[in-house]
Design a protein around this ligand. Structure first.
Ligand code: ATP
Length: 252
């Protein structure tokens, strides 16, 4: 990995790029994944590269949903595997959810490499190589899912998801939580709960809220979704973006 000095003003952002490049070299991240990341980075500039209040609100709802789920599953693609390996494994243990490898630019080799990578880092339950069921209405490779995983899950955490698959999962009656820096993406619009934040920050926040809620042992409201409207929250994201740009006198 290229050595970036910690004092560099864009240290964290550059380290993410290094992780993705390492992911490509290890055969787990696709080249197209770099382009997707670039789109995310542009939105991260707009939000000031920090977690917005609207994202914190969505995180609370997401954590409650994951804890209340009967069969939660965490979907892992090549960017997720490269950027937040440890975090997805920690969350899967905390909420007792399998990880499922699910990639758009599918090759058996890449799927196996992601599975191996997760296994080497300590993941005990990784699905995705069986892919013995299909999400109805989806033509591409990401339709292929595991019958005991995403196909039968009630809550799916699907970070950096495709809009059409997110919509199809919701149509199947599942609650879909996504992490996506673009509040305008089809994924963010279709998901049950959209956390508009960088995946590293978002995963750390979800883990900490899940831990907090587990310590309270069910005290506090379990179904926060009743009072939550994802589209309203996405409007808040855009309001917060504009407010920040005004405060910093970048727009008038
Ligand atoms: P959609 O189909 O939902 O409209 P898309 O086709 O633009 O979206 P993809 O290319 O499938 O989206 O996925 C990339 C999405 O993930 C982008 O919307 C991008 O903003 C987001 N993204 C990329 N990198 C990150 C990251 N590090 N953290 C959070 N979100 C990210």
């Amino acid at each position: 990995m290229f050595k970036i000095p910690k004092t560099h003003p864009r240290y964290e952002s550059l380290m993410k790029r290094e992780k993705l490049v390492a992911g490509i070299e290890a055969g787990i991240t696709s080249k197209q994944g770099l382009i997707a990341h670039g789109r995310g980075e542009a939105f991260d500039y707009l939000i000031g590269e920090k977690t917005l209040n609207s994202a914190r609100r969505a995180t609370e709802v997401a954590a409650a949903l994951l804890l209340a789920a009967k069969k939660p599953v965490i979907s892992v693609n090549g960017n997720v595997a490269a950027l937040v390996t440890k975090e997805v494994i920690e969350l899967s243990e905390l909420i007792n959810a399998p990880l499922e490898v699910n990639i758009f630019y599918w090759t058996e080799e890449r799927a196996m490499k992601i599975k191996e990578h997760l296994g080497k880092q300590g993941a005990a339950n990784v699905l995705g190589d069986k892919a013995d069921a299909r999400i109805p209405g989806i033509e591409h490779a990401r339709a292929k899912v595991d019958k005991d995983g995403i196909y039968s899950a009630d809550v799916v955490l699907a970070p950096l998801e495709d809009g059409d698959r997110c919509e199809a999962l919701v149509k199947m009656g599942k609650k879909v939580i996504t992490i996506d820096l673009n509040p305008l993406s089809r994924t963010a619009r279709h998901a049950t709960v959209s956390i508009v934040d960088d995946i590293e920050r978002a995963m750390k926040n979800i883990i900490s809220v899940v831990k907090e809620k587990k310590e309270k042992k069910g005290k506090g409201k379990a179904n926060l979704l009743e009072d939550y409207d994802n589209n309203e929250n996405l409007k808040e994201v855009i309001k917060e973006m504009v407010k920040r740009l005004k405060e910093e006198e970048l727009i008038s």
